[in-house]
Design a protein around this ligand. Structure first.
Ligand code: RP5
Length: 166
């Protein structure tokens, strides 16, 4: 059973949603992915959201842009955590998506990551699952350690070659 459901409002969101999927894959977390538009196909959306708990999802990652109602409506129906990813938009720079997702009314939270924050959405889902999974928690600690090592290596290279050659 997939532990995480990834859903996006359009295939145009895929380059960002792929980053969340890549993190889950790297950490060995099972997931499935869907393109479902809450606005363009409301019946399909409701079927997805109503069936999500039964499917075994522990977390939903939902990405959408513009008047981005998909994450909030998932949270209105699905009783477990929903992480929202606001898509960058050409007209309003993603502020439209961000405000649509983050400004939820009391009682219906959506954990909103940065505009285009696909990687952090994947990591946040992993951290939620790691609260009850010691093996996954260790993988997340290793992931953080490798990020630190990468920065240390960059600093060492800067010292070695100088800023002009870097
Ligand atoms: C939203 O509208 C989608 O999540 C997407 O970010 C945006 C634009 O969709 P397309 O017109 O590219 O299909 O529903």
């Amino acid at each position: 059973m997939p532990q995480v459901g990834i859903v996006m409002g359009s295939d145009s969101d895929m380059p960002i949603m792929k980053k969340a999927a890549d993190v889950l894959k790297e950490l060995g977390i099972s997931f499935d992915m869907h393109i479902i538009s809450a606005h363009r196909e409301p019946d399909e959306f409701f079927a997805f959201a109503r069936g999500a708990e039964e499917k075994g999802y522990k977390v939903i990652i939902a990405g959408a842009g513009m008047a981005a109602h998909l994450p909030g409506m998932c949270a209105a129906i699905f009783p477990l955590p929903v992480i929202g990813i606001p898509m960058h938009t050409t007209s309003l720079g993603g502020r439209d998506s961000l405000y649509s997702i983050v400004q939820m009314p009391s009682g219906i939270p959506v954990a909103t990551v940065a505009i285009n924050g696909g990687q952090n959405a994947g990591l946040l889902a992993a951290k939620i699952l790691a609260t009850s999974d010691a093996e996954l928690l260790q993988k997340l600690k290793d992931y953080s350690a490798s990020m630190k090592d990468a920065v240390v290596a960059k600093d060492a290279r800067l010292k070695e070659v100088g800023y002009e050659a870097y």
